[in-house]
Design a protein around this ligand. Sequence first.
Ligand code: ZN
Length: 435
Amino acid sequence: MERVDLIISNGWIITNTPKGQFVGDIAIKGGKIAEVGSNLREKYQADKVIDATGKIVAPAFANMHTHAAMNLFRGIGADLPLMDWLTKVIWPLEGEFVSPEFVKDGVSLALLEMIKSGTTFYLDMYFFEEYTAEVIKEAGIRAGLGFGILDFPTKVASSPDEYLQRVEEFIKTFKRDKDILPVVAPHAVYTCSPETLKKAFDLAEKYDVPYHIHLAESQGELAQVKEKYGTTPVRHMKNLGLLSERVIAAHMVWLDEEEQEAVAQSGTKVAHCPESNLKLGSGIAPVSDYIKKGIKVCLGTDGAASNDNLNMLEEMSTMAKLQKGIKLDPTALSSAQALEIATANGFESVGIKAGRIKEGYDADLIIVDANKPHLQPLYDPTAQLVYSAQAGDIETVIARGKILMENYKVLTLDEEEIYKKALYWKEKILNKLNG
Ligand SMILES: [Zn+2]
């Protein structure tokens, strides 16, 4: 019998392929899905078998827009509009506290939260990203690390050119890393000049890496861009030649028909962040329209300071319900579509072959215990995963064939140590806030 590393047996498998959902087995070898079928235990000798009887086995999530280190700011500055929240609360705190140590500890907390809620890839935008590689590798997940660029000075750099120089060094360091994907991440069109935006894009082209930016997020941004450039954020990007397949634009709440067409034509991807947009009162992106126009939509939580968690299961449910609500149409976005957006669309947006339970795909999977009052009886695993399941139902998480969490225990991170560090930062930040 052929040997494999792991068999997940007799689970309700949600494939994200036209095959849909069925009870069966998954054989995993060398980090990839070797076969999906039935009675695989009779065909393969497995080093380990997980009995998934009565459980749901689904692809793991790809969180396509976040600021992981901001987990340490969770709960601060709630109930403010975006521009006030940024300029009066977040930016002053970041100026005071953000450092390599802060970023490492914040990311550790985020990684613990991500693994516990089934996420095995995240696309980030922040500072001191180079210091997070070690903890990401330890955790066992993958990340696209967007090195933030701004026109104003921070601890990272004092001029746009200095940011760009740092970004280039960062890309060179991680270009061939198997866990880290370097990403060029100018913050937004209202914090970066056209020249900075273009130079950043040239850098992304030169090294063939993604370009990640906040775009068309709020009415406040629309007003600022109109005053400064006499146009809308998306048209501004188009005029600069910056709509492209390389671009993953976060938010994209305010797009008219013509802009939606331009985004679709260019292959620009949308990282939809419905809960952050709701919490900051920014609006609701009509992503069901975008999908009909052929735009690739993926899903992100945004930072924990504006959401206020990194829970992709919850985000996916909110997304689907919002589209039904704003379109007055329960078919506007199905549970199967929502799951594909939260999983395969994210991975595929950065060229990773994961997010589907299919031979040859990376084995990035979650196992959900359906033996819970809110999941019984189990008629339709896909719909019930999207609309009924809670993050706390995820009992096992696998990334590239490696078990990161088993029976609710995270195996790769020291949970107690992470909470201790969170408490350390909380006391420092509280001292500052209380003057
Ligand atoms: Zn953001």
